[in-house]
Each structure stands twice: as structure tokens, then as C-alpha cells.
Design a protein around this ligand. Structure first.
Ligand code: GRF
Length: 220
């Protein structure tokens, strides 16, 4: 599967994907990285890995430019990894069921317009929730709204700041995203529908039982 990644920032989730999909035996590989920011660390990481990387000149507002760029790379799956621009509806429609996003909270809570970066973790802390986590979902026309494919809970600890909570969740994101991308690639290659990757019980496991989640995703 030929994968395009859209990222606006440092690109640590992109790096996790590049590392995980490096072996020839992986069911997909990153062939294109696009950013709405020319100074995004994600573009540097892509170039270092020998992957085509480009900043979208118009800040990604023009759906035709984005769609043509994705199609010229023959991208079959699109992963949003910290991409802060709204993806135009025409692009969402062209890649329906084949565009994923990772969000650093347990959707549908703490998602939606304006819920990105530290704002997410600050809202979680302000709410008093004792659990947060990471979610990977299909992208539709609404922010953070499409079908949830997999989630991984992460505890909120006493004394957490947005920084400490973000770091704990980010480490989990780096494991969840590649596992979901692999599972989605395998499903598409097998002609199977892309849907939640396991039963709710399997996808929602304790963060200290990672092998169970990974087994559930591998068997998805
Ligand atoms: C991650 O927390 C991701 O969930 C969110 O934006 C952040 C991107 O981080 N959508 P990075 O650029 O992958 O390091």
C-alpha cells in the first residue's frame, strides 16, 4: 500500500511510521509526506528517510492541488499525523475509508474544532478525567468525528501537567498508529472493509497490557 502522510509539526508520529514500515515485508510504505508548513520537522524527517516531501504552497487550501499531488504519488492511503489544516471535503470524499487521523485523547470526548495540541490535554486535566489516551479514526467531513478504529487508554496521574500527560500519550501514539496502519493496509489488500479493528473489548485495553492490544490488531 502506498501511503501519504500529512503533518504540520515535528513529525514524531511520522517517524514511528517510517521506522515501523521500513522492512520490505511491511504491508505498506510511506511514499509521500506533505505539510502546510515549509518548516515542519516532518518534512526533514521524510527527506532523511529518502521519502518525497513537499510543502503545499497554498497552505493546503486548494483541494485540487492536494488531490492532484496525492494522486500523482499514487497514494492509496492517507494518514493525518498532527495535521492542523482542515482537509477539503473533495479530498475527504476521494479517500473515504482510506484516510486516518490520530488524536491524543479518547474520542468522542475532547475532540472537535480547536481541540489540538496542548488544548486537548488542558481540557482533559480541567475536566478531572482520570483516563485519557489516543484514538485512531477514519476521517470524515467533521473534525475528529469519523469511525473510531482503535483506542488506547492512558492514565492521568496526580500532578500531571499538559506536558507530562502529552508525553505519556505520545509514547502510546507511536505504538498505536503503526499497528493500526498495518492492520488497515492488510485489510484493504485483502479486499476487506476498513472498520473498527477489533471488538471494543479488545481495542480498549489497559495501557500496561500492550501485548494484548497488539495481538488484537494483528488478528484484526
Ligand atoms: C500528536 O499528539 C497527534 O495525536 C496530534 O498531533 C500531535 C502530532 O505530533 N494530532 P507529531 O508531529 O507526530 O510529533
Amino acid at each position: 500500500m502506498r501511503i501519504a502522510v500529512l503533518a504540520s509539526g515535528r513529525g514524531s508520529n511520522l517517524q514511528a511510521l517510517l521506522d515501523d514500515l521500513a522492512p520490505d515485508t511491511a504491508p505498506g510504505r510511506v511514499v509521500l509526506v506533505l505539510s502546510n508548513r515549509a518548516d515542519a520537522g516532518a518534512l526533514t524527517r521524510a527527506r532523511q528517510a529518502g521519502v518525497r516531501a513537499a510543502a503545499l504552497a497554498d497552505g493546503a487550501g486548494d483541494p485540487l492541488t492536494l488531490l492532484e499531488t496525492l494522486r500523482s504519488a499514487e497514494a492509496e492511503l492517507v494518514v493525518l499525523a498532527g495535521y492542523l489544516k482542515r482537509v477539503p471535503d473533495a479530498v475527504v470524499a476521494a479517500y473515504r475509508g482510506r484516510m486516518l487521523n490520530i488524536h491524543p485523547a479518547l474520542l468522542p470526548a475532547f475532540g472537535g474544532p480547536g481541540m489540538y495540541g496542548h488544548r486537548v490535554h488542558e481540557a482533559v486535566l480541567a475536566s478531572g478525567a482520570r483516563v485519557s489516551g489516543a484514538s485512531v479514526h477514519l476521517v470524515d467531513e467533521e473534525y475528529d468525528h469519523g469511525t473510531i478504529l482503535a483506542q488506547w487508554p492512558v492514565p492521568v496521574r496526580p500532578g500531571d501537567t499538559a506536558d507530562t500527560l502529552a508525553a505519556r500519550i505520545l509514547a502510546i501514539e507511536h505504538r498505536l498508529l503503526p499497528a493500526v496502519v498495518r492492520a488497515v493496509c492488510r485489510r484493504i489488500l485483502a479486499g476487506a472493509p476498513v472498520e473498527p479493528l477489533a471488538s471494543a473489548a479488545d481495542a480498549f485495553v489497559l495501557a500496561n497490557m500492550p501485548e494484548r492490544l497488539e495481538a488484537a490488531l494483528v488478528n484484526a
